[in-house]
Design a protein around this ligand. Structure first.
Ligand SMILES: [Zn+2]
Ligand SMILES: [Zn+2]
Length: 148
């Protein structure tokens, strides 16, 4: 997982961002976090170490990673509305637990979303002229812990 953080840091540098200790900490915190954290939750986790850090620093760093294509962002439309950040840039779907709110990555190969998008793309294009590049799905229900 350190490899992922190093790649992210190299790209931020390439994008012209100065690698301050705060930014390095933000990247390292996100790189190993597959729970799809919000900017707010990362901010709160890092604040004890960096009491002078601003929320804008966290948000801008995450935003730069998204623009570099090294972090995904997703909105779950669950009313809370906060953007979740996702260091997993492999194509994948998400499963969201309605009970505890956990967000789980589902390998696209398992959910067969690649094939699904390929099948539906011509219909979408015929109706709307929209060119489908990929399809991202969100499954809702209850996770293994909440189902019991
Ligand atoms: Zn749950
Ligand atoms: Zn994900």
């Amino acid at each position: 997982m350190t490899g992922r953080a190093d790649t992210m840091l190299a790209s931020l540098k390439g994008a012209g961002l100065k690698l301050t200790p705060q930014r390095i900490a933000i990247v390292r915190e996100l790189a190993d976090d597959l729970s799809h954290p919000t900017a707010q939750s990362l901010f709160e986790r890092l604040r004890p170490t960096f009491p002078t850090m601003s929320f804008a620093t966290v948000y801008n760093t995450l935003d730069a990673l998204v623009r570099c294509g090294l972090t995904g962002s997703l909105r779950l439309g669950d009313g809370r509305g906060a953007v979740r950040f996702d260091p997993n840039t492999e194509p994948h779907d998400h499963a969201v637990c309605d009970v505890c709110g956990v967000v789980i990555d589902i390998d696209a190969a398992h959910a067969d979303s690649g094939a699904g998008a390929r099948e539906r793309a011509p219909a979408v294009r015929a109706c709307t002229g929209f060119r489908v590049l990929r399809e991202e799905r969100i499954f809702r229900g209850s996770c293994s812990r909440c189902s019991t």
